[in-house]
Design a protein around this ligand. Structure first.
Ligand code: 89Y
Length: 342
């Protein structure tokens, strides 16, 4: 397979894992990396044998013969870098959360559409091994028609140690983690027609909310509760960054329990199996289930870049997740149900 030449924009925490994730697909060659602090780009280049380093992204796009760019920078820089790539007619992959506002995310999609370049979002959560396995259970129909579900991601893990900028976000857990859990809700259960959300800030040394509780009323009539917190430092079973999911259907129930156990209960009894993620030597063991999901996620985006299939998380598709995220903020601010569709 002829490898696609990629330019990496950003050399922070996630670039360290997305890069080997691209190599794992066997179809990408990263030929250059940009970072505004050049030494960080140099560090990444040395670690992953990337031939050229830039501290000017425009210069990288002008000088290199790239076939796509992968943007792995802070959310406030996503829009300008996407627009830069669109001006250079380069397909662009952008880190989640897509943008700082719904309007900005809509503009990014419009700019790429007008330039005729694909925009894909690197949204990996729905690609986690146990979440894909749960989806297969639901699609098999074994628990009948789901009518209610709970999606929980609650942890005291010190996320601020690896990603200190998270402390500075005025909109924290819904953008950082809600982008993932709400996208997972859409992946498993379809679109929502309304939502209600409450938030709290428990840590006193951060700027944004670190706890959120959401009730999604789905098009199907299902109720989906999404609970998130990075607030409790003392949990008996803290399994960061695993998502626990419980689904009730009219013929049974299915649970994705901690430590990657799937339990399916029907009138025949309970069937239990473990679906652990693959282990990659480049992944941080504390993030295994998330880091390993980068590989199938990026393989899907690569296939779409090659014209060999659809990207599940295109910019257009991810706009629906972004709408949910900012709908949650509106609901929490106004203490009102936000109606997305009548
Ligand atoms: O930034 C977040 C992500 O994308 O996955 C987990 C995380 O690192 C902390 O919430």
């Amino acid at each position: 397979m002829q490898k696609l030449r990629c330019g990496m924009i950003g050399a922070g925490f996630w670039a360290r894992f997305q890069l080997p994730g691209w190599y794992e697909t066997g179809g990408v060659d990263c030929v250059a990396v940009y970072n505004r602090t050049r030494s960080r780009a140099e560090w990444l280049a040395a670690r992953f044998q990337i031939p050229r380093v830039y501290d000017d992204a425009e210069e990288m796009l002008r000088k290199e013969q790239l076939e796509f760019v992968d943007i792995v920078t802070g959310v406030e820089t996503h829009a300008p870098f996407v627009e830069l790539a669109a001006r250079h007619r380069l397909p662009v992959i952008c880190q989640k959360p897509m943008a700082v506002s719904l309007a900005e995310a809509e503009r990014m999609v419009a700019v790429c559409r007008e330039a005729g370049v694909p925009l894909y979002i690197n949204e990996n959560w729905r690609w986690q091994t146990p979440i894909r396995a749960l989806k297969q259970v639901l699609d098999s129909g074994v628990i009948g028609t789901p009518f209610r579900a709970r999606i929980d991601m609650i942890s005291g893990f010190p996320v601020f140690a690896n990603q200190p900028f998270l402390k500075e976000l005025e909109e924290f857990i819904l953008t950082d983690l809600g982008s993932h859990t709400l996208d997972t809700a859409r992946f498993l259960f379809g679109e929502a027609r309304s939502l209600y959300c409450t938030t709290q800030q428990v840590h006193t040394d951060i700027r944004g909310e670190d706890c959120a509780t959401i009730l999604l009323n789905m098009d199907s009539g299902m109720s989906v509760v999404v609970e998130m917190a990075y607030a409790e430092n003392h949990l008996e079973r803290d399994r960061f960054p695993e998502t626990a999911i419980f689904v009730e259907g009219n013929a049974g129930s299915a649970e994705l329990a901690l430590d990657h156990w799937i339990r399916v209960t029907t009138e025949e009894g309970t069937h239990i199996r473990r679906v652990p993620p693959p282990r990659y030597e480049w992944a941080d063991p504390a993030y295994d289930v998330v880091h390993s999901s980068i590989v199938p996620c990026q393989a899907n985006l690569l296939a779409a870049l090659r014209g060999e299939g659809q990207a599940e998380t295109s910019g257009e598709d991810n706009l629906k997740t972004v709408r949910l995220v900012f709908g949650c903020y509106e609901s929490a601010r106004t203490n009102q149900v936000v109606v997305l569709r009548r």
